[in-house]
Design a protein around this ligand. Structure first.
Ligand code: FE2
Ligand code: FE2
Length: 210
C-alpha cells in the first residue's frame, strides 16, 4: 500500500539511498515546476546518476542534485530577489540583467530549508549548474554537463561527441560544453561575462596540459 503520509526527514541523509525520499522530492517538485521543467529535472537526475557510475562517484547524490537543480526556476525576478533577501543571497548586476542565471545560486540557498538537503557537495553542484566554476568537484561537473545533455534537450551540433565524452572524459566534456555555449552567445550577439571566459580558459588548460 502507498504510504501517503511520508514526510521528508528534517535532514536527508545523502549517504544512504532512500526511495521514499526520492518519491517525496519528486512529488514536491512536480507541483512546483511546469511539466517540461519537471521532466527535464528527472532527465538530469538519471543522466547524472549514470555519469556518476561511469566515474565511480556516488549516484544517489547525483540523483538528488539532478532532481533539485532547477527548484528555483519558477520564480520571477521580483520573487527571486525577495527569496534572495530571505536566504541571504546577493546577486551581481550581471545576474540581475540575466535572470536565467539567478535560479542556480538561489536554488542552492533554498534547498536546505525547503527540501532538507544540507550536503555541501550537492548544494555546490546546484549553485554552479548554469555557469560552472574553476576547480569543480566531480559532482559539480556531472550536474553542469547533465543539465546540458540530458535526453530531453533539443539536439545541438556537437551533441554526439559531447554525450560520449560525458561517460569517458569529464573535463573535456565540461570544456566542450563551455566552448559551444560561448560560441552560441557570441553568434547571437550576447554579452559574455569575463568570469565565464576565465572559467572556460581554466578547463582548456586542464584538458590541454594532460
Ligand atoms: Fe537551470
Ligand atoms: Fe536545468
Amino acid at each position: 500500500m502507498k504510504d501517503k503520509k511520508f514526510q521528508l526527514p528534517d535532514r536527508i541523509d545523502t549517504s544512504i539511498y532512500d526511495k521514499k525520499v526520492i518519491v517525496a522530492l519528486k512529488e514536491k517538485l512536480s507541483k512546483i515546476l511546469k511539466e517540461s521543467r519537471y521532466e527535464h529535472s528527472i532527465g538530469v537526475a538519471y543522466t547524472a546518476a549514470s555519469m556518476a557510475m561511469a566515474f565511480g562517484y556516488e549516484p544517489y547524490k547525483a540523483v538528488l542534485a539532478g532532481i533539485l537543480h532547477d527548484c528555483a526556476k519558477p520564480y520571477d525576478l521580483e520573487e527571486s530577489l525577495q527569496y534572495g533577501k530571505k536566504y541571504g543571497v546577493s546577486f551581481t548586476p550581471y545576474e540581475i540583467q540575466h535572470p536565467a542565471l539567478i535560479h542556480a545560486k538561489l536554488g542552492a540557498a533554498m534547498v536546505p530549508d525547503l527540501y532538507h538537503v544540507y550536503d555541501q557537495e550537492i548544494l555546490d553542484a546546484i549553485r554552479t549548474h548554469t555557469t560552472g566554476e574553476k576547480a569543480m568537484t566531480d559532482l559539480q561537473k556531472i550536474i553542469y554537463a547533465a543539465d546540458y545533455l540530458e535526453p530531453g534537450r533539443k539536439p545541438l551540433p556537437n551533441f554526439k561527441r559531447i554525450r560520449q565524452l560525458a561517460f569517458s572524459d569529464l573535463d573535456a566534456c565540461v570544456y566542450e560544453i563551455m566552448r559551444d555555449v560561448n560560441e552560441y552567445l557570441l553568434q547571437t550577439g550576447q554579452e559574455v561575462e569575463q568570469e565565464t571566459l576565465e572559467v572556460m580558459e581554466y578547463y582548456r588548460k586542464v584538458v590541454e596540459s594532460r
